[in-house]
Design a protein around this ligand. Structure first.
Ligand code: NDP
Length: 233
């Protein structure tokens, strides 16, 4: 299979599991991180994958870094993201704008430079990683929820624009997945009790649905938000 796929934020966590799963399916996976971290370099070695580094919140940096890919990507998985949680009165301007910029403006920064070649190729898949927090809201996450809800709106509009071009756009909305993003100081055992499945999810459980959305069998699934949350919502 010679289908090239970009997974943003694949140096660790959910993105890393997605990159591994897609490589296992035979895709040519391009991995990505903000910087040339040890995690990115070792995954690149493990998968034999090309890597690219840029800040997804920086429009020019993203455009420049992505300009080296002259061939269209078959799929783009927008996964890179951050959380800066605090009760609303305590959220600093930096943490409000930083989260919106990294999580939401990255939709434009990454997809805009890549989309025309995909449209010309008349085939493709876009998968956007949102969150249960973007659907239901969550205490202490007004900035994060806003960014993740924004991604759902942007994805639905793009799905309508691209459906006739044979490009699907779907959102995967994980619940609580054990990665670096989860603050270990939270009362994790208490939180677990609130999840109907009584456990946190695993990154590979998110990777599985992303992998399916890239298959031919998923060609008629577009504009959907798919939860991976153990029954949280
Ligand atoms: P991690 O913190 O483990 O990994 C984040 C990844 O995003 C890293 O690869 C990091 O790269 C990259 N990244 C962060 N900011 C930037 C930036 N400005 N530019 C480029 N790359 C950046 O997070 P998770 O794996 O937990 O989360 C992945 C996605 O899943 C996120 O969008 C998150 O919001 C979402 N999600 C996670 C949930 C969870 O419970 N873990 C639940 C719901 C959604 P680097 O290593 O270079 O910093």
């Amino acid at each position: 299979m010679n289908k090239k796929v970009l997974v943003t934020g694949s140096s660790r966590g959910i993105g890393k599991a997605i990159a591994r799963r897609l490589k296992e399916s035979g895709y040519e996976v391009v991995i990505h991180g903000r910087s040339k971290s040890d995690g990115l370099l070792s995954l690149s070695k493990e998968l034999g994958s090309e890597f690219v580094c840029f800040d997804v919140g920086d429009t020019l940096e993203a455009k420049e870094a992505l300009s080296k890919f002259s061939e269209p990507f078959y799929a783009v998985v927008l996964n890179a993201g951050i959380a800066r949680d605090a009760a609303f009165p305590a959220i600093s301007e930096d943490d409000w704008k930083g989260v919106i910029n990294t999580n939401l403006n990255s939709f434009y920064n990454v997809l805009n430079p890549l989309i025309m070649p995909m449209i010309r190729a008349k085939i493709g898949r876009i998968v956007v990683i949102s969150s249960v927090s973007g659907i239901a809201g969550n205490r202490g996450q007004s900035n994060y929820s806003a960014s993740k809800a924004g991604l759902i709106g942007a994805s639905k509009s793009l799905a309508i624009e691209l459906a006739s071009r044979n490009i699907t756009v779907n959102v995967v909305a994980p619940g609580l997945i054990m990665t670096d993003m989860i603050d270990e100081n939270l009362p994790l055992d208490e939180i677990k009790k609130l999840i109907p499945a009584k456990r946190f999810g695993e990154a590979k459980e998110v990777a599985g649905i992303v992998n399916f959305l890239l298959t031919d069998e998923a060609a008629y699934i577009t504009k959907q938000v798919i939860g991976v949350n153990g029954g949280m919502i």
